[in-house]
Write a protein of this length. Structure first.
Length: 178
């Protein structure tokens, strides 16, 4: 027998995901988690549910001005979830919990360690590397590096996700710590 969730269970699933991830997530991250990677919800339902939960104050927009909106679960959302989470099948709860435990850091990094590149008039590329802090109006760190070609720019962007904490720690210790 296949489980067919109703609208209420779908809302509870989204609240459960936000609760277990423990970080505010962008709409794209929520869609990726709930639809592309796990098929817990379909894409249209996921977006509609997200906005309905915003209207009922079960989730909040945690973004700062000029940044992509990030959504987190509110106290009211957690309270609702605590009363009704048993309506989510145990297998879903276990799967969501395991996913959050295994992937939380990956999603945190993808939202906070941002990189992009742009071609310059001379044929070189400028790579912009940022560490974003959701509660700050501006990046915690922003670095611009000129690279000789597109391949080097792409490689630099790929490395940033794993190296950002080390780079920040080195710069902070070298420049600020006594």
């Amino acid at each position: 027998m296949e489980f067919t969730p109703d609208e209420t269970v779908n809302k509870l699933i989204l609240l459960f995901v936000l609760d277990k991830m423990e970080i505010p997530l962008t709409e794209n991250s929520i869609l990726d988690i709930c639809t592309s990677r796990n098929n817990w919800l379909n894409g249209i339902d996921c977006i509609l549910i997200l906005h309905e939960l915003m209207e009922t104050s079960f989730i909040y927009n945690a973004s700062v001005e000029g940044d992509e909106p990030r959504y987190g679960i509110t106290y009211q959302g957690r309270e609702c979830l605590s009363h009704f989470f048993a309506r989510i099948p145990q297998s879903f709860r276990e799967e969501i919990t395991a996913f959050a435990r295994d992937k939380r850091l990956e999603f945190k990094r993808s939202q906070e360690y941002v990189s992009e590149y742009a071609k310059n008039e001379d044929g070189s590329y400028t790579v912009t590397l940022k560490i974003k802090e959701p509660s700050l109006q501006q990046p915690l760190l922003e670095i611009h590096i000129k690279t000789p070609n597109r391949n080097t720019a792409i490689l630099t962007c790929k490395k940033w996700g794993n190296q950002a904490p080390n780079v920040f720690e080195y710069l902070y210790d070298s420049l600020i710590e006594d």
